[in-house]
Design a protein around this ligand. Structure first.
Ligand code: PLP
Length: 433
């Protein structure tokens, strides 16, 4: 029997795959395919772990869900219900949060090239924090605040110069990075001085995010040391006490066979070190914020497809084409991401063969899963791909003018549409005739 079948929230009844208690074949029939399916229970379980192992264990802490992983109006409402903050990185994400009525003070605004329009929207709405990503951003913020007679709380995102064991495209903390302020003496201390002396911003502290899909706490700890050095220097040079540290996200999930580390594996040593350091230099421990995205939503989602054309190339491989592909999941094409799947209507693990699952887009690289063992697929079967909650819907595109699939939410035995399927009319709706 394949390991996929042992996943949390997944059961097999009479050879049919059930996700969070729902018959996935019935979901595919009812809502059509491709279909993103999200389990609210799974999201809530992750939030409970964060509450038990972090928020309730350590005072003066916050969790800001990284909306880039998966965001829509209902997701904002779930995050609010769970008492978390929200990290947004664009005007579009911010607008979604505003329309969901997400409390402004619980929003943190990240991003490496925020436009004036986006900054104005954030400052008008009164977001809780702007994470400033470069030295020119501060002056943009100051002039907007001056015009509007407002102030805003900021942190500096730094580039800690830390390498991580993950794909290069999702490694963000190394020195050669478009993210963050480099730590060269003449750059970082000048920026800190400017922020401290600005009448328009309240400078709270430092932020780092070193990468995604991480299973080792060493990189977080190394980046923390760099931040702590800045905290110490800021006190020594400017007699200024840092009030907040944001340690980013990046906690890994299970796509195929990864052994997931609990949040406490990362957070306990980080919190211990911050407390020790604060005691050493006689500083009140700063507030500590984390920004998980993937680890909250990733395993809470699956994607259902219908199998279409099957093409066996003698002595080479057998292609199984599904009715979606790189338009609803760009990650395999973008950074060789690996996924696991099962034929949902024959999920017994018997009579299998090794096949390659491809999409329907006009790109050779439109391969979802290379060489996977599946119950011999037939046209019309339902294929369920696991762990597609993060960075799939949020990265979806209309390449080949394929409509973006619907998102269905499973909540305590009830399934409902969270985001509607795009229609062909939607696709041409902005075309000027
Ligand atoms: C600034 C920042 N915070 C948080 C995250 C979320 O990371 P993850 O989804 O791996 O937890 C990202 C991801 O790119 C990020 O850039």
């Amino acid at each position: 029997m394949k390991n996929t079948i042992k996943r949390e929230n997944v059961t097999i009844n009479d050879g049919v795959l059930f996700f969070d208690g729902f018959n996935t074949v019935e979901l595919a029939d009812k809502y059509n395919t491709p279909l993103y399916v999200i389990s609210k229970n799974c999201i809530k379980n992750k939030c409970s772990e964060l509450k038990n192992k972090f928020l309730n264990k350590y005072d003066n802490t916050r969790v800001a869900y990284a909306g880039k992983a998966f965001l829509n109006i209902q997701m904002c409402k779930i995050i609010e219900e769970e008492g978390l903050c929200l990290d947004v990185v664009s005007g579009g994400e911010l607008y979604t949060a505003i329309k969901a009525g997400f409390p402004a003070e619980k929003i943190e605004f990240n991003g490496n090239n925020k436009t004036n329009e986006e900054l104005e929207l954030a400052i008008d709405y009164g977001v809780g924090r702007i994470i400033v990503d470069g030295t020119t951003e501060l002056s943009k913020i100051e002039s907007i605040c001056a015009n509007k007679n407002k102030t805003v709380k900021i942190l500096y995102r730094i580039t800690p110069g830390v390498k991580t064991h993950t794909h290069d495209y999702i490694s963000t903390g190394k020195k050669d990075s478009k993210f963050g302020i480099p730590l060269d003496e003449d750059v970082i201390y000048k920026a800190i001085k400017e922020a401290i002396s600005s009448q328009y911003v309240e400078f709270l502290g430092f932020h780092f995010h070193i990468g995604s899909q991480l299973f080792d706490n060493h990189s977080h700890l190394a980046a923390l040391e760099t931040s702590l050095k800045l905290v110490k220097e800021t006190k020594l040079r400017y007699n200024y006490s840092i009030l907040e540290l944001n340690l980013g996200g990046g906690f890994g999930i299970c796509y195929t066979d990864e052994i997931v580390k609990p949040y406490s594996y990362f957070l306990d040593p980080l919190m211990k070190r911050i407390q020790e350091f604060s005691d050493e230099i006689g500083l009140k421990r700063p507030a500590v914020v984390i920004e998980p995205g993937r680890s909250i939503i990733g395993e809470a989602g699956i994607t259902l497809y219908r199998v279409g054309a099957i093409k066996a190339i003698k002595n080479i491989r057998k292609y199984i084409a599904v009715d979606g592909g790189m338009t609803d999941n760009i990650r395999p094409a973008l950074y060789d991401a690996r996924y696991d799947a099962v034929i949902a209507n024959r999920a017994t693990g018997d009579n299998t063969e090794v096949v390659t699952v491809c999409g329907k887009c006009c790109e050779t690289g439109d391969v979802l899963i290379k060489d996977i063992e599946l119950a011999t697929p037939k046209e019309g079967d339902v294929l369920a791909v696991f762990s597609t909650g993060a960075y799939c819907y949020s990265m979806a595109s209309n390449y080949n003018r394929n409509p973006i699939p619907a998102v269905v939410l499973l909540d305590n035995g009830i399934s409902s549409i969270m985001v509607q399927r795009q229609s062909y009319e939607d696709i041409i709706s902005l075309d000027v005739i």
